[in-house]
Design a protein around this ligand. Structure first.
Ligand SMILES: [Zn+2]
Length: 329
C-alpha cells in the first residue's frame, strides 16, 4: 500500500484558525496571560456537540492578537500542510471573528497573507484564502467581510465562504454573494452540515455555489442528491470532522460512500485538523481503512479535489501529474 502523505492532495475545506498548533496556542496564552480554550486537556480537544465546538473555536481565536501571531499561524499552517502532502489549499479565514476583538478588519488578513507568502517560499505550499461571512453575526458584519474579501480578490483571496451555525436565514445574504461574484470571487458556502437538505436547496438558490462546504445531509433528499450529481457541484466533505462534532456517530455511519456511488462529485478534506485530530493524510487513511478504498480510488479522490479547486491550469496539471506518478510508483 502506498504512502498517503506522498499522494499530492488539494485541501479545499480547512479553517486557518482551526489548524493552529496546540503548542502555539499554549505559547500565546503564556505570553498574554489569556486562558486556553476550555475543551483543551493536554494535547487533546473535547467538544460537547457543535455549539461547544464553536465556543472553543472562539476561545482559541481570542489568543491571536498581534500581527506576528497571525503571520505565525499562516506560516505554521503551510509547514503542516507540507508534512501532510498538500502542495495546494484553499483555506477559510474569519475576519469577523477577530474584528470585534481587535477593532481591525484588515490587519489580521494582511498578516495572514504575508505569512502564507513566506510559507509558499519556505515550504512550497500555495494557499488561497476564502474569508467567511459568519451569518449569526448579522448583515453589517457580512458587509464588512465582503469589503475585506473584495479588497484582496485575486491577490491571495479567491472565494467568499459562509459559515456559522446554519440557523441564520440563507436568503438574507444573497446580495453579498452576488456582489462577491461581480468582484471576481467564487462562492463556497457551508451548507447541509448541521441543517438538513432544505439548507442546501436554499444555498443553491441564493448563493450560486461553485462548491458546497460539507453538504453531507443532502443524502436525506434523493432529489437533491440527483441534482448535485447532474450539475456536478462538488461537495467538500470532512468525515473526521463530522464525527468529532457529532453530526454522525461514527465514520461507518457517514454518507460519503453513498454520495460517491450516487455520482456526486465528492472530495475529502480535514476542516479543523488541529481541533479534530487529523490532517488530510489521516482523513485519506480513514477512508482507506473504513471504506476499503483502493489506491486507485484514493488517487481518483485526490484528482477530484484538484479538479474542483480554483488553482490555475498549470498548477492543476502539475498536481494531476504528481497523482499519476504516485499511482505508478
Ligand atoms: Zn468548515
Amino acid at each position: 500500500m502506498r504512502d498517503l502523505r506522498a499522494l499530492p492532495k488539494a485541501e479545499l475545506h480547512i479553517h486557518l484558525e482551526g489548524s493552529i498548533r496546540v503548542e502555539t496556542l499554549r505559547e500565546l496564552a503564556d505570553r498574554s496571560g489569556g486562558a486556553l480554550p476550555h475543551g483543551l486537556r493536554g494535547d487533546v480537544w473535547r467538544f460537547d456537540g457543535f455549539l461547544d465546538f464553536i465556543q472553543n473555536y472562539t476561545e482559541a481565536c481570542a489568543l491571536l492578537s498581534r500581527p506576528e501571531d497571525f503571520r505565525r499561524l499562516a506560516e505554521e499552517f503551510c509547514a503542516d500542510l507540507a508534512i501532510a502532502g498538500v502542495p495546494y489549499a484553499e483555506a477559510v479565514f474569519s475576519p469577523a471573528n477577530h474584528a470585534a476583538r481587535l477593532h481591525d478588519w484588515f490587519g489580521p488578513i494582511e498578516a495572514v497573507l504575508d505569512g502564507l507568502e513566506a510559507g509558499r517560499r519556505d515550504h512550497g505550499v500555495l494557499v488561497q484564502v476564502c474569508p467567511d461571512v459568519v451569518r449569526d453575526l448579522g448583515m453589517d458584519e457580512a458587509e464588512r467581510t465582503l469589503e475585506v474579501a473584495t479588497k484582496f480578490a485575486g491577490q491571495g483571496v479567491v472565494a467568499l465562504n459562509a459559515a456559522g451555525s446554519e440557523r441564520a436565514p440563507v436568503a438574507a445574504f444573497a446580495s453579498v454573494f452576488a456582489r462577491a461574484r461581480d468582484a471576481g470571487l467564487r462562492s463556497v458556502p457551508h451548507a447541509g452540515e448541521w441543517a438538513g437538505p432544505e439548507n442546501v436547496w436554499q444555498t443553491l438558490e441564493h448563493y450560486a455555489p461553485d462548491r458546497i462546504g460539507h453538504g453531507v445531509r443532502s443524502i436525506e433528499d434523493p432529489r437533491l442528491v440527483e441534482l448535485l450529481a447532474t450539475r456536478g457541484i462538488p461537495l467538500e466533505i470532512a468525515p473526521v470532522s463530522n464525527v468529532a462534532t457529532g453530526v454522525y456517530p461514527s465514520i461507518d455511519d457517514h454518507p460519503f460512500p453513498r454520495l460517491r456511488d450516487a455520482g456526486v462529485v465528492v472530495t475529502l478534506n480535514s476542516d479543523d485538523p488541529s481541533m479534530f485530530g487529523g490532517w488530510i493524510d489521516e482523513v485519506f487513511l480513514a477512508a482507506r481503512e473504513t471504506w476499503g478504498f483502493s489506491d486507485d480510488a484514493l488517487a481518483e479522490l485526490a484528482a477530484a479535489g484538484v479538479r474542483a479547486s480554483f488553482a490555475d491550469d498549470g498548477t492543476k496539471a502539475t498536481l494531476l501529474a504528481g497523482i499519476d506518478a504516485w499511482l505508478a510508483a
